[in-house]
Design a binder for this molecule. Structure first.
Ligand code: PEP
Ligand code: MG
Length: 539
């Protein structure tokens, strides 16, 4: 038995036989289909896959395949290759194009370069007539350096028990697909990836990132017990129990797929609606009608309150058609509500879509990336203007607390807003000055660091004293130990992924630390690990 520590990216446990996915190509192989014939057949194949993916609501994968079709139609590629081109010539031309993209030294074009390389492999494999369909037996743990949309669309992911990705960030395509389909996934094995061999029995833990090679029977029994416990936990989490508790659990929603897949008889409110996907999923600004129809869809699925976060782009999420300048430090740049100055019409359209939808009476508007009081003014004015135009009452407005500045001026903010929601993902990033997407900075990304907890404590106590609601909608709300700490600091409203709700409800209801009202003075701790140990020991 051998254990590799990686990073948990999609919840759940997976046990199965390892299959390593590689896409090596052989330029010496015999050509069976000429270049032109191959391009025609791949384009047709992609077009039909796009339809299938759209039908399955796998919009992001469909869009990437659509962009591959555009590359295949590019005259730069077509006019330089012919029916007689060799594999070497095809490879060289695609590679030159990829290198040109890369030389532009821009993240967007670097990704396009990867797309071109991935497509080149598909073309060459197809010219050799080697099937690009990767057969997956039932009970497979799939390991790959990374997975592109073409890769995933060539696989029957229903047979996968888990996914191991060598590199990958928490927002990479592979992770998004894993989360959407409920497949446990770990990422960031880096050099340890070479320890994996085809056919090994492997167990992965999507929570803590453990990869266990050849687990002994004890570990397997332990895992099976855990899976059964989790299933029982979900069944025991009922509406009545939630209503009888002092907890308010809500869900985070951030894509069409998540709206479609939401299926709970217990949870009914959205604590964080990440409206960005409506803009990121589209090549041009979404129309008012498109936005209204998303809101109406939400209205049908959720009977409770919806905290609608206004557009939070900039940072790692770029939208080409918006008025955003290229920046050296986008996370410290014109991100979130700071965009309202240059893109007022976008924020107005979001607000208008809320006023005009069935959801209106249940929406509270939330502002992302607030750091000063001035950040509130334009939005407040817009809400008022649109409310008057529509002949309706203005919407309640709250702020995300995700910058140290907002946490430190919580008292002033509280006098001006209806609620706080703590965005611990960004709050941790900005407090510890460590990019949340950089896997090498793991040790600086713990929201239990006393510096972050001190800010959170200030926000919870200020909100409570001022009589406004405080929730946490960052990922720490779905971490067991963190949730106990948050509860002990006075938090009762948690917004989390729907699949974590039962576990957190159970953790908080059963916590000895909470029952015994164990004292928790953050000033006594210097490290995140000490706090974690203290809670563990007393729980
Ligand atoms: C956060 O920053 O904690 C948060 C919930 O917002 P997002 O993850 O969408 O930035
Ligand atoms: Mg955030």
């Amino acid at each position: 038995m051998e254990t590799i520590q990686s990073i948990g990216a999609s919840h759940g446990f997976g046990l199965g036989d390892l299959s390593i996915y590689t896409k090596e190509i052989d330029l010496e192989a015999k050509i069976v289909n000429n270049f032109q014939k191959t391009i025609e057949s791949i384009t047709k194949e992609f077009e039909s896959k796009v339809e299938t993916l759209k039908g399955e609501n796998r919009k992001i994968e469909a869009e990437v395949l659509e962009s591959y079709i555009v590359i295949l139609e590019d005259p730069e590629i077509n006019s330089n290759l012919s029916t007689n081109s060799t594999l070497e010539e095809v490879f060289t031309l695609f590679e030159e194009n990829a290198k040109q993209m890369e030389s532009l030294d821009d993240e967007y074009f670097a990704q396009r370069a990867e797309d071109i390389r991935s497509l080149c492999k598909d073309v060459i494999i197809s010219m050799q007539d080697a099937s690009s369909l990767f057969e997956l037996q039932e009970g497979t743990i799939l390991a790959a350096e990374d997975l592109t949309p073409t890769d995933t669309s060539n696989m029957d992911l229903n047979n996968i028990e888990g996914l191991i990705i060598k590199y990958g960030g928490l927002t990479s395509h592979a992770v998004i697909v894993a989360k959407n389909l409920g497949i446990p996934c770990v990422i960031g094995l880096n050099d340890n990836f070479t320890r994996l061999k085809n056919g090994q029995k492997v167990l992965i833990n999507g929570e803590n990132g453990e990869v266990i090679i050849n687990p002994d029977t004890n570990r397997i029994d332990e895992l099976q017990k855990k899976i059964k416990e989790q299933e029982a936990l979900v069944l025991s989490f009922t509406k009545k129990k939630l209503e009888d508790s002092d907890l308010d659990l809500r869900v985070n929603i951030g894509s069409n797929e998540e709206i479609d897949q939401f299926n709970s008889e217990v949870l009914e409110s959205i604590g964080l609606f990440r409206s960005e996907f409506i803009f990121l999923d589209s090549k041009e600004p979404p129309s008012l009608d498109q936005q209204i129809s998303v809101n109406n869809k939400l209205s049908k699925k959720f009977s409770g309150t919806v905290i609608y976060r206004l557009l939070d782009v900039g940072g790692d999420k770029q939208v080409e058609y918006l008025n955003i300048n290229k920046e050296e430090n986008p996370f410290l740049g014109v991100r979130g509500i700071r965009l309202i100055e240059s893109n007022e019409n976008v924020f107005s359209s979001q607000l208008e879509s809320i006023f005009k939808s069935d959801l209106y009476s249940r929406v509270k508007v939330m502002l992302p990336m607030v750091s000063t009081l001035e950040d509130l003014y334009t939005t407040r004015r817009l809400i008022k203007e649109i409310a008057e135009k529509e002949g309706k009452e203005p919407l309640p407005m709250g702020v995300m607390i995700e910058t140290p500045s907002a946490a430190l001026i919580a008292e002033k903010l509280a006098d001006n807003v209806d609620f706080f929601s703590i965005g611990s993902n960004d709050l941790t990033m900005y407090t510890l000055a460590a990019d949340r997407g950089n896997v090498e900075l793991r040790k600086y990304q713990d929201p239990l660091h006393p510096s972050v907890l001190k800010l959170i404590n200030n926000v919870i106590s200020t909100g409570t004293n001022k009589g406004i609601e405080v929730s946490v909608c960052g990922e720490m709300a779905s971490d067991s130990i963190a949730s106990i700490i948050l509860y002990s600091l006075g938090l009762r409203v948690f917004s989390l992924s729907p699949s974590s709700a039962a576990l957190i409800f159970h953790t908080l209801s059963d916590s000895k630390f909470i029952r015994n009202k164990t004292p928790l003075n953050i000033d006594e701790f210097a490290h995140a690990e000490e706090i974690r140990e203290y809670v563990n020991e007393n729980n």
